[in-house]
Ligand binder design. Structure first.
Ligand code: PEP
Ligand code: MN
Length: 361
């Protein structure tokens, strides 16, 4: 997927030291005491650089708490002046942007429910035109990389180059054990196609429950994500929104201390051995492709034979037996059965395509 995004690397617009950028704060600003108490405790954790708070909350149903609105921005500003922490809020309308600017919010983010709608994103982009403020774009609710990139492009086209993405997981029909499935391959592909774009992981909305946060945060860092946004509350059990996924600031500090920061590259000796191992993997992959090519030749031969004898492409009983046999054999070779199943489904889909072409020639 080609994209022409022009973005400034994160370290050029936020002092992240050796990183990662840690953002924390309550799901929602609820009252002055809650926000200030939480923020003051967070300010004592040296890794925390930015405080988040939902001021306007996108709720599924009407007539429930929808955020405190403008007054919350005042509390946030008070906190920023007192602690020196940077601040960030979600914006979903031009009016939100105007108010966030009025109260000196440092970074804006676009929520998952907004990213799904190009009209909404364009309205925000139009409002941002000519303003120099960093913007972070959460992934859309469903796993659609193009829609995510499209939203980033709209904001970028408005002249915003201090741009980052937030990976908060995806809603699918089966998310267990997560609230939103991480589908790490999507943010990885985003990073691959837009190398300068920082991707911040939001483990809170991925996990939905605090027990899963440590492992998911570690995984995000091991996948070279540039930061973490983790929800916190001085007393999560009484939080009005997302109670079960928020951490106390002291539990957040424990989580941060337990994180292992790995480097993306090692010393010369390490790199030399890695290169050797990678060369071996390259050879194995070439063997694999040569074998797949031989397999395709055999598939064609079978396709011709079926066509001459007026036999259908698919024999379902054969497919069933083949997959089971391969899964059993794979298990003997210590290969995960789900992996083998997916691989064979893909390989077989290709056979169907090849033989269907032969039938239609
Ligand atoms: C949030 O950050 O509190 C939020 C509403 O997140 P999302 O847009 O990812 O659902
Ligand atoms: Mn939340």
């Amino acid at each position: 997927m080609g994209t022409s995004l022009k973005v400034k690397p994160l370290k050029n617009w936020i002092d992240i030291g050796n990183g990662p950028l840690i953002i924390s704060g309550p799901c929602s600003a609820e009252n002055r005491n809650q926000l200030l108490q939480t923020g003051r405790e967070l300010a004592k954790i040296k890794e925390v650089k930015m405080i988040r708070a939902g001021i306007w909350k996108p709720r599924t149903r009407p007539d429930i708490f929808e955020g405190v609105g403008e007054i919350g921005l005042q509390w946030l500003l008070e906190l920023k002046k007192e602690t020196g922490l940077l601040t960030c809020v979600e914006v979903a309308t031009p009016e939100h942007i105007q108010l966030a600017l009025k109260y000196n919010v440092d970074v804006l983010w676009i929520g998952a429910r907004t990213t799904v709608n190009p009209f909404s994103v364009q309205t925000l982009a139009d409002e941002l035109n000519g303003i120099d403020i960093p913007v972070m774009v959460k992934n859309p609710l469903h796993p659609d990389l193009k829609l995510w990139v499209g939203a980033l492009e709209r904001i970028n086209n408005a002249g915003i180059t201090k741009l980052a993405a937030i990976h908060r997981g995806f809603y699918t029909y089966d998310n267990k054990p997560f609230r939103n499935l991480p589908m790490w391959e999507i943010p990885i592909e985003l990073k691959r196609t837009i190398p300068d774009l920082a991707v911040i992981c939001d483990p809170s909305h991925i996990c939905g429950k605090r027990e899963l946060l440590q492992n998911t945060s570690q995984k995000a860092l091991d996948l070279s994500m540039d930061g973490l946004m983790i929800e916190s509350h001085y007393n999560p059990d009484i939080a009005i929104t997302d109670a079960s996924q928020q951490l106390t600031p002291s539990d957040l500090e424990i989580l941060i201390k337990k994180l292992i920061l790995r480097k993306e590259y090692g010393n010369q000796e390490f790199e030399n051995l890695l290169e050797k191992l990678r060369y071996e993997i390259d050879l194995i992959d070439h063997e694999l492709l040569a074998i797949l090519s031989r397999r395709n030749e055999k598939t064609k031969q079978i396709g011709d034979y079926k066509k001459t004898n007026n036999i259908t492409v698919l024999q379902i009983e054969r497919l069933r037996k083949m997959i089971q046999e391969r899964i059993n054999f794979g298990e003997e070779l210590d290969l995960d059965s789900n992996y083998i199943l997916k691989l064979l489904q893909l390989v077989h889909k290709e056979s169907i395509r090849v033989q269907t072409n032969i039938m239609q020639e």
